[in-house]
Design a protein around this ligand. Structure first.
Ligand code: ASP
Length: 389
């Protein structure tokens, strides 16, 4: 699929829409979203695709491959994508999901996940789940074995144990080291030595600090702009998550999102991933969608639900993603979340799959990708985007 760049996007829209986009980049925030009817439909590889299909975030190529195999063998699409998601949840080298996920500010890994069956229109979700590496499978059982939609914290853990899941330490050495590095460099007025104060790292020990000489604090929002503004850029900061949507050849849709959330988050923080309608949503009558990236921004525009609603109004999957991201950019008004040109200083990627198998994805910032298995081929493609550096 060829990505849409900002110039192409603007040229494809009417003057009114272009003006609205300009408003977003200035942070004006009051402009309406792109008018679906006013947009010519840009050609997209995914527009013409038909069922079956599995799409996932860029880290989900193994997930799409596994899920498509299972769907081809007749497995329920939700079981298929939860099974495919396990591959990434079990992989300690993916530090944004499951085992090995980066922990919260106290060094504790807390996982979130949600699932939805488009045929039953039933969902399940878990939040702040500790010690269980497959939260998506737990969310699936919340959906199938209880009358509830969402379980969090100790209640979610108790439920998982009752369902036979085993507790294990999810904090890998690599994630613990990353947390220690972040914690150590967080501030100068705490009892942890910053890297430039540690003689064992070959640094000259700094003398007593003059008032106001503290190094700048790291900001997750700066990091999300595409480069951590932290003293040592080797400290990883992830905004990864895995979202997967699938549709079978008979039009049965399913969605699943799983994450360790924002690294260094406050304990108990829930992002969009476990929120039905934000991190994922699906409806057999229309389509399925999901999100990765700054969850707070996704929640505040009801991201996945909005993408599905835009598809219902006739937008293609890619256009629907762009329209929601456009709204997100328009509604981002706080200075701390904007760059010097008034554009969001964080990233979000949306993924969409229509009931007939058409698919697409878009990011706020160029550089996003998504995996897609179209029934024949499994590929990672570049997402469309609104803004480019
Ligand atoms: N959306 C997830 C969250 O906010 C994390 C991410 O994708 O960066 O928890």
């Amino acid at each position: 699929m060829s990505p849409i760049d900002r110039r192409t996007f603007v040229s494809m829209t009417t003057a009114a829409t272009a003006a609205s986009l300009a408003g977003a980049s200035l942070g004006a925030g009051s402009a309406p979203v792109a008018q679906p009817g006013a947009n010519p439909r840009p050609a997209r590889a995914g527009d013409d695709h038909r069922c079956p299909c599995v799409i996932s975030s860029g880290n989900g190529a193994r997930t799409t491959a596994k899920a498509m195999d299972l769907i081809a063998a007749g497995t329920h699409p939700l079981d298929a994508i939860v099974e495919g998601t396990k591959i990434v949840e079990d992989d300690p080298s993916d530090m944004s999901v499951g085992l090995g996920g980066l922990p919260n500010e106290e060094g504790v890994v807390q996982l979130d996940a949600s699932v939805m069956d488009g045929m039953l229109h039933r969902a399940g979700s878990v939040g702040s789940l500790e010690n269980i590496k497959n939260p998506a499978a737990v969310a699936l059982l919340v959906m199938r074995r209880t009358d509830h939609v969402m379980l969090v914290g100790p209640g979610a853990l108790k439920f998982a144990l009752r369902m036979g899941f085993k507790e294990e330490n999810l904090l890998t050495d690599a994630a613990r080291e990353a947390w220690l590095k972040w914690r150590g460099n967080l501030g100068r007025d705490d009892k942890w030595l910053n890297d430039d104060e540690r003689e064992d790292l070959g640094q000259r020990k700094s003398g007593p600090r003059a008032e106001g000489s503290a190094a700048p604090r790291s900001s997750p929002h700066d990091a999300r702009a595409g480069g951590p503004v932290i003293p040592d850029s080797t400290i990883p900061f992830t905004w990864g998550t895995i979202h997967t949507s699938a549709v079978t050849s008979t039009g049965h849709l399913a969605a699943c999102t799983s994450t360790s959330g924002l690294s260094w988050k406050l304990p108990g923080r829930l992002g969009d991933s476990p929120i039905v309608g934000a991190g994922m949503y699906c409806d057999n009558a229309i389509g399925s969608a999901g999100a990765t990236g700054r969850g707070e921004a996704v929640i505040q525009v009801c991201g996945a639900f909005s993408v599905v609603e835009h598809m219902d109004r006739g937008l293609s999957p890619t256009e629907a993603c762009l329209a929601v991201l456009k709204r997100m950019a328009d509604r981002t008004r706080e200075k701390r979340l904007l760059d010097d040109k008034g554009r969001p200083n964080f990233n979000v990627t949306m993924y969409a799959l229509r009931k007939d198998g058409a698919y697409g994805s878009a990011s706020l910032w160029k550089g996003g990708s998504f995996a897609v298995h179209d029934g024949k081929e499994n590929r990672v493609l570049e997402s469309a985007w609104l803004f480019e550096k």
